[in-house]
Design a binder for this molecule. Structure first.
Ligand code: SF4
Length: 333
């Protein structure tokens, strides 16, 4: 499908494509335990022609920034310094692939973001974005939502699933904001996590995106990808946050979170990672865990990488300028 102007015209992608000419020796890092099943595939590609995997991968995502030359090392023998370099390199590559990465919940102020983040549990950002316009039109402030009739809120939130529990959460959250914080969302982690329904993950989303304070968002995509990349073997979200945070300067944390989550949603899927269409294949120890055939991998791409609309009904200008398409309103899709 040729409907991916977002990537096809993005300047950073072109720049990186040019660099690719020098990337002949790049080979996927090998042998994560999780990739054992498919390791022969990666090995075969490497043995025949060292550049095959990354080359095919980049060709499949047209003009998406390909990974550059790396001296890929089996992470098992990787030094701390090499890990830091590889991790930062992956983040830089992803920044070129997704130069317009942004939070995928629509919001106009911190109150809308904290509510939308709470609503995003167990559903897609798209569904939340299709639901919140009606909610915020009727209840624009914490005081309004705190005083709402729960049954009316439930009706609005029904499309997000678990709507009774979510209604309780957002009304409780709004009451706490109105009573304890003067109707304002606090900008400190220790205050945010005291709000009903707000854990560290939600707090960091709010801090990073509504207050410009660095935060790592350890959601399901983030957990899966950093383990595939062998940045950490931790499984507890707080420990993952600490381990990954130590690999990057604080100033990178928020954008890093967007890059990783965007890659998880678009290419490195949970069940069928599109390795054959993955621009960072040469840096990934888990290359081969998913489909390596470029054509088949390309068909697995979701969102704008596959020519589909994004998650937000009102995406940032940079996304639209790059050719990204807004999501349709509720009922249209
Ligand atoms: S899709 Fe995921 S597992 Fe496959 S090469 Fe890319 S980052 Fe690695």
């Amino acid at each position: 499908m040729k409907k991916t102007p977002a990537k096809e015209t993005a300047a950073p992608a072109k720049k990186a494509t040019a660099k690719k000419a020098t990337a002949k020796k790049a080979t996927p890092a090998k042998k994560s335990t999780s990739a054992r099943k498919t390791a022969p595939v990666a090995k075969r590609a490497v043995a025949k022609k060292p550049a095959v995997a990354p080359k095919k991968a980049t060709a499949a995502v047209e003009d998406v920034a390909p990974a550059k030359t790396v001296a890929a090392k089996p992470p098992r023998g990787e030094s701390r310094t090499a890990l830091v370099r590889r991790a930062r390199r992956i983040n830089r590559e992803l920044a070129e692939v997704y130069p317009y990465a942004h939070p995928e919940l629509d919001f106009e102020n911190p109150f809308q973001l904290v509510v939308a983040t709470v609503l995003s549990a167990q559903t897609t950002d798209l569904r939340v974005n299709q639901t919140t316009p009606a909610l915020f039109a009727k209840y624009p402030t914490p005081e309004d939502l705190a005083a709402a009739n729960p049954e009316e809120v439930e009706e609005i939130l029904r499309p997000t699933g678990f709507f009774r529990a979510k209604t309780k959460s957002v009304i409780g959250l709004s009451k706490a904001l109105a009573e304890d914080f003067g109707g304002e969302v606090p900008g400190r982690l220790e205050d945010l996590v005291k709000l009903p329904g707000v854990g560290r993950k939600t707090a960091f989303v709010v801090l990073g995106n509504a207050f410009g304070r660095p935060g790592i968002t350890v959601d399901t995509h983030f957990q899966r990808l950093v383990r595939r990349w062998e940045w950490t073997a931790e499984t507890d979200p707080d420990k993952i946050e600490a381990a990954v945070g130590a690999l990057f300067p604080k100033s990178d944390w928020t954008d890093l979170s967007h890059h990783v989550i965007w890659h998880g949603r678009r290419i490195c899927h949970a069940r069928k990672p599109a390795c054959g269409a993955c621009p960072i294949a040469p840096l990934c120890p888990a290359y081969g865990e998913g489909e390596t055939d470029p054509e088949k991998a390309r068909k697995l791409l979701k969102y704008e990488k596959g020519g589909f609309p994004g998650q937000r009904l009102n995406p940032p200008r940079a996304y639209l300028d790059a050719g990204g398409k807004p999501a349709p309103p509720l009922g249209s899709a």
